[in-house]
Design a protein around this ligand. Structure first.
Ligand code: FES
Ligand SMILES: [Fe+2]
Length: 330
């Protein structure tokens, strides 16, 4: 039995095209990793050879799918077992301890994902099954690198009460800054809450710990307009903003941003992706200043207002519970 931790969740490691046949270095939760493709598989290991601690990415190669350490040529198969030590005399066995740490890898949504321990939750899904539907289109916007913790990034993506201050003229709440009561539900995968500003219904789908989807549907086309609406917004149009935060380490986060829509499919995608650089920069400027860098999970710390911060309070409780939870790990 071991402590459940962020290592037990799927996190996006890279975009699919950043991972090639050549081993390359990546970081997740403060750990240095090596990843490469072998046929249809992506193989991911801790970037460390048990022999003398060299990094595979210091010039390591791939032979028959095995990662070969650049220092003394030890080769490890997909399971992490060492299968060749060039310096051994014929007949000498490979020590059982000679293993690389292999991690679970998946490829989905144009990203390569990693889980550093037994997964505590099923693989992430998209609201509305948007990737698989003909009436929907999802496009990758960009990956943004922020000097902030993933928790702070997620809370920012969950928070609608900063819109009328940070994003003036972009994504303001149509009925102003006062936040009306709304209900937060804990789901199997995280949290869910919706907020109606008279123009848009923003449905927040949080997949614990670090994935946030902001599903905006037009409830009243005459009620206003935000930067990511089409020109002729009509009731029922859904625009889905997705923020997938990858915890590189405690104070660095990479945010993979996607935008999906079930409308204006004949229009250029750039009409819907163009505004993100500005809006993300508006957020980044603030979030990178937040201290402490890690969000405090004790609810007594910082000052929560009942309504704007109801989602964040639940989110902090989930993070706090993670600290206490235990999981069986093979
Ligand atoms: S350190 Fe890797 S083979 Fe020696
Ligand atoms: Fe924002």
């Amino acid at each position: 039995m071991t402590k459940l931790s962020l290592r037990h969740y799927w996190h996006p490691l890279a975009t699919s095209n950043e991972v090639s046949e050549a081993p390359a270095r990546f970081f997740m939760l403060g750990e240095q990793l090596v990843a490469y493709r072998w046929g249809d598989e992506v193989r991911i290991f801790k970037d460390l050879c048990i022999h003398r601690g060299a990094a595979f990415t210091a010039g390591g190669t791939v032979r028959d799918g095995n990662i070969v350490c650049p220092y003394h040529g030890w080769a490890y198969d997909g399971s992490g077992a060492c299968v060749h030590i060039p310096s051994l005399q014929p007949g000498q066995p490979i020590p059982e301890k000679a293993r690389a740490t292999a991690y679970q890898a998946r490829e989905a949504y144009g990203l390569v994902w990693v889980c550093l321990a037994a997964p505590a939750m099923p693989f992430p899904v998209w609201p509305d099954d948007a990737w698989n539907r003909d009436d929907y289109r999802v496009v990758f916007v960009k990956a943004y690198d922020w000097k902030a913790s993933a928790g702070r990034v997620v809370e920012n993506a969950m928070d609608m009460s900063h819109f009328n201050f940070v994003h003036t003229g972009y994504t303001e709440l149509a009925d102003g800054p006062v936040i009306k009561p709304y209900e937060v539900t804990r789901t199997e995968r995280g949290l869910n809450y919706a907020y109606d500003d008279g123009h848009l219904l923003r449905d927040y789908v949080v997949e614990f710990p670090f994935l946030v989807h902001d599903r905006k549907s037009v409830v009243n086309a005459a009620g206003g307009k935000t930067w990511s609406d089409g020109d002729n917004a009509k009731s029922g149009d859904v625009t889905l903003l997705s923020f997938l935060a990858a915890p590189i380490d405690e104070v660095r986060t990479r945010i993979y941003v996607f935008v999906g829509r079930n409308h204006s499919l004949d229009r250029e995608d750039s009409a819907f992706t163009a505004g993100f650089d500005i809006v993300m920069e508006q957020d980044q400027r603030i979030v990178e200043t937040q201290r402490p860098e890690q969000i405090p999970t004790a609810i007594s710390e910082e000052l929560h207002l009942r309504f704007p911060d109801a989602g964040a309070v639940q989110y902090r409780r989930m993070l706090r519970d993670l600290d206490k939870a235990e999981a069986f790990v093979p």
